[in-house]
Design a protein around this ligand. Structure first.
Ligand code: RI2
Length: 304
């Protein structure tokens, strides 16, 4: 399978072991990209003649790599829904998932850009392709005066966003996370991506997102979320039902200090009532509508 179908890099689709390592180490990261990477690996395994048990086991191995982003589970489930029909169908579903996921991302960017119409200064947190491409699409039509990017400890994914936006010609200001209140004295909107949307519309995203939404509420600034609807988890009634991944303390503090326990939760929950609107591939919605959109767009996920 070549890059145009899965588009993580110029390489061939990864083996399951390689994909699992890439995702665990965050070599490949971002909720949508990890889903495409896992789906591609399953497609490759199917093309190599694996049987149903091997494919099921590979799916479990891939899902276990990162527990929070439901996109990963949804991608794997979508592909493996073809198991009873044989490996050719599994391979075809892998290609279809990657294709549809990439098309969804383009549509999210168009809808995200619409949310940002008329805004001079926007702000974002972490690195989300859905949020970044929304900002770029909006800037292409109507240039921003500034886009403020928060650093996003501990991995500093804000740097990836800053570079991506600057490469696309956007005027970027880079600030540490603790400056978010100050940034919101100028920013007219905040827009972020999402790892998981709960059934009630709560959003689980990179640690610090909930604080951004709270600061935005305090500053009377609309808080928007952009993402593909395969990030909806119908099994989580609220965001607090979603498992929050805790990663290696060394990501926060390289040299341990005796008597100090470092805790590294990497996601948090933003309640639906703090989210002005969601940009999904099907349009712009209230957060509570996301479950319906998921069922309409990815209904085959369960049954097939
Ligand atoms: P896209 C990322 O998680 C961030 O939390 C980001 O907002 C979210 O995935 C969605 O990213 P991580 O993999 O799918 O950096 O929009 O932990 O690219």
């Amino acid at each position: 399978m070549a890059c145009e179908t899965w588009c993580v890099s110029e390489r061939e689709a990864p083996t399951v072991d390689q994909a699992a390592r890439d995702i665990e180490t965050m070599e490949v990261r971002g909720a949508a990209k990890i889903a495409r990477h896992a789906a591609s690996a399953l497609g490759r395994l199917a093309s190599e003649g694996a049987d149903a048990d091997e494919l099921r086991e590979a799916g479990q191995r891939l899902i276990a790599t990162r527990p929070t982003a439901v996109s990963l589970q949804n991608g794997v489930r979508y592909v493996l829904a073809g198991l009873d029909d044989g490996p050719e169908v599994v391979e075809a579903r892998s290609q279809r998932f990657v294709h549809d996921a990439l098309r969804a991302r383009e549509r999210v960017a168009r809808n995200g850009a619409r949310l940002l119409e008329g805004v001079d200064v926007a702000m974002t947190h972490c690195h989300s392709q859905a949020a970044a491409t929304s900002l770029i699409a909006r800037h292409d039509r109507e240039p921003f005066e500034a886009v403020i990017v928060l650093e996003t400890r501990p991995w500093r994914q804000g740097l990836i966003t800053a570079e991506q936006l600057a490469d696309a010609g956007l005027p970027v200001e880079f600030m540490v996370d603790a400056a978010m209140g100050r940034a919101l004295e100028r920013a007219e909107v905040a827009i972020v991506g999402v790892d998981t949307i709960a059934a009630n519309g709560d959003v689980v995203n990179k640690i610090g997102t909930s604080l951004v939404s709270l600061a935005a509420e305090e500053a009377d600034v609309p808080f928007y979320v952009a993402g593909e609807s395969f990030k909806v988890d119908p099994g989580s009634a609220t965001g607090h039902d979603v498992e929050i991944e805790e990663r290696d303390p060394a990501e926060v503090l390289e040299d341990p200090i005796a008597g100090v326990e470092v805790v590294n939760p990497v996601f948090d929950v933003t309640p639906a009532d703090r989210i002005a609107q969601l940009a999904l591939e099907a349009g712009r919605f209230a957060p509570e509508e996301a479950l319906d959109v998921f069922e309409r767009s990815w209904g085959g996920l369960d049954g097939a």
